[in-house]
Design a protein around this ligand. Structure first.
Ligand code: ZN
Length: 383
């Protein structure tokens, strides 16, 4: 079995919108309460209250201590539990030293979501034009028939972005191996081009396209306007100022979301075009994105490339189609090796766009050379 995630816009009724926002609000409150309680205990040197113990405390003692907050009980208890567990995992990561102290969730995050798990098989049902969600009932889908009818869904997440609502659900789907051509593809990912394939195919960097550049400019302009409005609001607070500020926030979120959609759609297209050639395996580099992001000049360009998203989409598709996804060893010198004779060139600069082999005289595009090397790479792990 492999998983596939469907994400699509929904058209909830006003009543459902209220319920979704209420659930999101309660979940955020509970998340923050977990952090606050543990912050206090931590400061006092007391032991940490884990997610299970916290849930118990919330459902018993807290209810009697704070009857004014009984609205916590008005939303799905499973959603609340899920939120507590998210805080629990964030705290665990802090305790193990992986991350810093968990931060409080702010009200106006660009994306806020809530999870509705399935309690019994009848809880979540997918029909062509609507989806049944626990505590909400049937919600209209904007795109009919996108989520396959009759699939088993274990839970759905509802997100709100720029005043619109989206549902995402993960479904189990059987593996359907395709007749492969037996070939292996090597993919070199980069900032100049998004990807260069060992076949010579090139996928351009969409962030350099006119459409994205224009949207980026607009985003910057609206962001500037937004920050000005916030500063102004701090001085004068009238109802109109407040609405204007909210309007501007939505405007920024909308452009942001649009850009994200364009980038993600493009990646999905690349992935499906790669697997369409039915290779037996695909080899990519083990990108050290954290390391690359430390390069101040490149970090923004790298973040905009969504390499993580590309890798997770590619992994998902490869699993589904029975294609082996190989991750080349991080120290495999794919750019410094000659793809013809195997000699290595130590003094290769980032600015050298053409690889010229000192041993055999091969002259080849730098990224294509790396892609061909990845195709033949023998040091890898299977994703
Ligand atoms: Zn050579």
């Amino acid at each position: 079995m492999s998983h596939k995630t469907y994400k699509t816009e929904i058209k909830p009724t006003q009543q459902q919108v209220d319920k979704i926002l209420q659930t999101i609000g309660v979940c955020r409150f509970v998340y923050n309460l977990f952090i606050a309680v543990n912050k206090e205990r931590y400061a006092k040197g007391e032991t940490y209250l884990n997610g299970y113990a916290f849930s118990k405390w919330l459902n018993n003692d807290y209810r009697y201590l704070h009857p004014e907050n009984s609205w916590i009980q008005d939303v799905s208890s499973k959603s609340v539990k899920d939120s507590v567990m998210n805080a629990h995992y964030a705290y665990q990561q802090f305790l193990s030293g992986e991350r810093g102290f968990p931060r409080f969730k702010k009200k106006h995050l660009s994306k806020t979501g809530v999870y509705f798990p399935r309690n019994n098989p009848k809880d979540i049902e997918v029909e062509r034009h609507r989806i049944k969600i626990p505590t909400l009932g049937f919600v209209r889908l904007k795109e009919f028939g996108y989520i396959p009818v009759g699939t088993t869904v274990t839970g759905v997440t509802i997100k709100t972005i720029a005043k619109r609502f989206y549902v995402s659900c993960t479904v189990d789907i059987p593996v359907t191996p395709t007749q492969s051509t037996g070939d292996n593809l090597g993919i070199d990912l980069g900032v100049k081009e998004f990807a260069v394939i060992s076949t010579g195919e090139v996928f351009n960097n969409i962030n350099k396209s006119k459409r994205v550049r224009r949207l980026n400019k607009r985003l910057k302009r609206e962001q500037r306007r937004f920050s000005r409005k916030i500063i102004h609001r701090k001085k004068v607070t009238t109802a109109t100022e407040s609405t204007n500020c909210d309007k501007q926030r939505t405007k920024v979120q909308k452009i942001f979301h649009k850009l994200e959609c364009i980038r993600k759609d493009y990646i999905k297209k690349i992935v499906s075009s790669l697997v369409k050639t039915k290779p037996a395996s695909i080899t990519i580099e083990d990108l050290n994105i954290q390391g690359m992001m430390k390069n101040r000049h490149l970090s923004k360009a790298i973040a905009q490339q969504n390499f993580y998203y590309f890798r997770s989409k590619l992994t998902e598709k490869c699993l589904q189609l029975g294609i082996k996804l190989r991750i080349a060893d991080r120290f495999y010198p794919s750019s410094k090796t000659c793809s013809k004779c195997g000699a290595t060139k130590k003094d290769l600069n980032l600015s050298d766009r053409t690889y010229i082999c000192p041993a055999c005289g091969l002259e080849i595009d730098r990224d294509l050379n790396a892609a061909i090397n990845l195709k033949h790479c023998a040091h890898y792990k299977v994703a």
